[in-house]
Write a protein that binds this ligand. Structure first.
Ligand code: GSH
Length: 225
């Protein structure tokens, strides 16, 4: 497994953020290749990248000449290839729980709010920004209501989504909370989610994966003299 890991990422992509967390939790070093989703008409649409990822989406992971797509599949690939510090628990039942929590975010919240969906509203249907943002909040609130119940009502929930070690569900949840905050969702309605997010953000693996820490994040404006 000595081959180089190369992650195609965008600083604010929550799907890429999941994989950055997974790589960091595993202690794996990787090369980060920024793909700017807005600049130059969206670099995800450029031929060179579209050949790697015909869906024109980030993230894409390259490892030993193999190309991998879909953040949850990539996280599982990392877990199977580097079993130490597992992202998924040991028993099939517990794995099903963690996968369900992860998919709640990855399959049922995030796709409705993706950049291409919001762009379609704006560019094809001329939906005003205020309504577009209300759509985003609506689907996050729907998903978080269920996620909060699932986490709060289950004794298996610990400091993290599943027990006392961070894993795949946390790698999905934290980027989604980042998006929720960005769009003005009131997180006080989801105390368990907010508590787990804060616990995760204590860990360097999560902090170093955060959008603002990425090399392609816009630099803060220098303070004026
Ligand atoms: N299901 C995919 C979703 C990937 C995805 O939607 N990526 C977004 C960024 S978070 C993207 O590349 N959007 C580009 C676009 O909408 O044009 C995964 O989990 O990898």
């Amino acid at each position: 497994m000595a081959e180089l890991l190369r992650l195609y990422s965008y600083w604010r992509s929550s799907a890429a953020y999941r994989v950055r967390i997974g790589l960091n939790l595993k202690g794996l070093s990787y090369d980060l290749i920024p793909v700017h989703l807005v600049r130059d008409g969206g670099q995800q649409h450029h031929d060179e990248y579209a050949q790697l990822n015909p869906q024109h989406l980030v993230p894409t992971l390259m490892h030993g000449g193999r190309v991998m797509r879909q953040s949850l599949a990539i996280l599982e690939y990392l877990d199977e290839s580097w079993p130490e510090r597992p992202l998924l628990p040991a028993s099939a039942r517990d794995r099903a729980r963690v996968r369900a929590l992860s998919q709640l975010v990855g399959s049922d919240i995030h796709p409705l709010n993706n950049l291409r969906v919001l762009r379609f509203f704006e560019e094809e249907w001329m939906v005003p920004a205020v309504e577009r943002d209300a759509w985003v909040r609506h689907w996050i609130v729907e998903g978080f209501r269920a996620m909060e119940t699932l986490l709060a009502d289950d004794l298996v929930t610990g400091t993290y989504c599943h027990g006392e070690a961070p894993g795949m569900a946390d790698a999905c949840l934290v980027p989604q909370v980042y998006n929720a905050r960005r769009f003005g969702v009131d997180m006080s309605a989801y105390p368990t989610i907010a508590r787990i997010e804060q616990a995760c953000l204590q860990l360097p693996a999560f902090r170093q994966a955060s959008p603002e820490q990425q090399p392609d994040a816009p630099q803060a404006e220098p303070a004026r003299a």
